[in-house]
Structure formats: C-alpha cells, structure tokens
Design a protein around this ligand. Structure first.
Ligand code: MD6
Ligand code: FE
Length: 214
C-alpha cells in the first residue's frame, strides 16, 4: 500500500484521465442486491474459463447478462446473444445492475448511459487480465462502467499504445470505474490477484463491466 491509498476514501471521485474516474465506494449501497442478482445469473449461466483464439484458457472465469455477451473461443472473440454453454440467451440484465451503471455513468459526466451488455469476470488468487483495449463495441461514444466486488485488485491503466507506461491503482470492494470519451480506448489490465480474502466474498474478486455494444 502506498501513502496515496490513504486518500482513496468513499465518496471520492479519483481521476485517471480527463474522462476516466474511480468512484470510490459508489456501489456499496447496492452490494446486497448485486450479490443476490449475481447468484441468480450464475445459476443460469455459470462462470467458465473461455479459450482464446490461440488455444489458451483465460485465468479469469466469465459469464454475462444482458442482450449480448462477450465470448471467446478458437474462432476468436465477439459478442453473442446466445450463451454457448447453455445454448439459451444470456440472463436478462437485473434492474439493480442497470440502475447502478446508469447512476455511476451520470456521476462521471456521461448522461443517459443505457448498457445492453454486462460482462462478469471472476478472479481467484493468481487470476490476471493482460493489457487490452475494449474495442469490440460498435459505439465508442458510450462509456464503460466497471464495478469491483470482493478482493482488492491492482488495476493497470495505460495509454493508447501498449508500450506506454501504466499507472497502478487499487480497486477495492464497492469501487466503480467509469471511462469514456478521449479515454475510452486506453490500454488497461489487472495484475495477478493476491492478498487478503474478502469478508463477504472470500478469496474471489468479481468485476461487472457494463457496455453499450449495439
Ligand atoms: C477488471 N476490467 O477490472 C477488468 N475494461 O477486472 C476491465 O477490463 C475494464 O475495468 C474497461 C473498462 C473498465 C474495466
Ligand atoms: Fe477491459
């Protein structure tokens, strides 16, 4: 922990860029409802480790809710309205998910955000997400809203080229990251998960990433 972490206090809006922020603790009032809704989603579309085009399995397990979900397999990655695991549509986006996403987007300066997809990532100790851009969505004018639950993660936030140096920031249970506009296509990733178990979620981190895909 660095000294700066002491200033990451609930209610604070921490800037990562001109149009990228961490809303510290923003999801706390929603946590019980979020976790209940998440259990229902998991029962219908369980977490699974997807394959990459190269044949590797990702260390983060994923599921989705909403009209479309992000999927990856040997053919590459794309959005699909069908869960390949269940053969059925993804679970509908729960009301509490869309309410939180829209309220958080507005608090970061993006009015009337209406996500049609929520990618749900589950990290266990050691799970990581390598540097990437979120660029498979049709409309880059909509921001991305990302909710962190459970164990603390170290988030890497870079520039528009993979080689650019990255800032490191801790994402705590209840934090919501929002970015869009000129920061929408910045490289980002998550370091291998480690550290203390979370009192509610145990040795897990759940990340909800809301997007406007279509
Ligand atoms: C994560 N998040 O926090 C992974 N992408 O587990 C992302 O990849 C991400 O947090 C775009 C915008 C915000 C994010
Ligand atoms: Fe991402």
């Amino acid at each position: 922990m660095s000294t700066l972490d002491l200033f990451q206090v609930p209610g604070q809006r921490l800037p990562l860029g001109a149009q990228a922020f961490i809303l510290c603790g923003f999801a706390m009032p929603y946590q019980d409802e979020l976790l209940a809704a998440l259990s229902a989603i998991e029962a219908q579309s369980p977490f699974r480790k997807m394959q990459t085009r190269g044949g590797y399995r990702m260390s983060v397990a994923m599921t989705n809710c909403g009209e479309v979900g992000w999927v990856s397999d040997l053919q590459g990655y794309r959005y699909s309205s069908i869960d390949p695991h269940s053969g059925a549509p993804w679970p509908a986006m729960p009301g509490v998910f869309s309410r939180l996403a829209e309220t958080a987007a507005a608090a970061a300066g993006f009015a009337a955000f209406q996500p049609d997809a929520c990618l749900i990532n589950r990290y266990l100790p050691g799970s990581r997400l390598s540097l990437h851009q979120d660029k498979d969505e049709r409309d880059f004018s909509a921001p991305i809203v990302s909710v962190s639950l459970g164990m603390t993660a170290t988030f890497l936030f870079g520039g528009h080229r993979r080689e650019e140096r990255t800032a490191r920031v801790q994402l705590y249970h209840g934090d919501v990251a929002v970015w869009g506009g000129e920061d929408r296509l910045r490289y980002h990733g998550v370091l291998p998960l480690k550290g203390m178990a979370h009192p509610l979620l145990g040795e897990r981190r759940i990340n909800l990433t809301f997007r406007k895909v279509r």
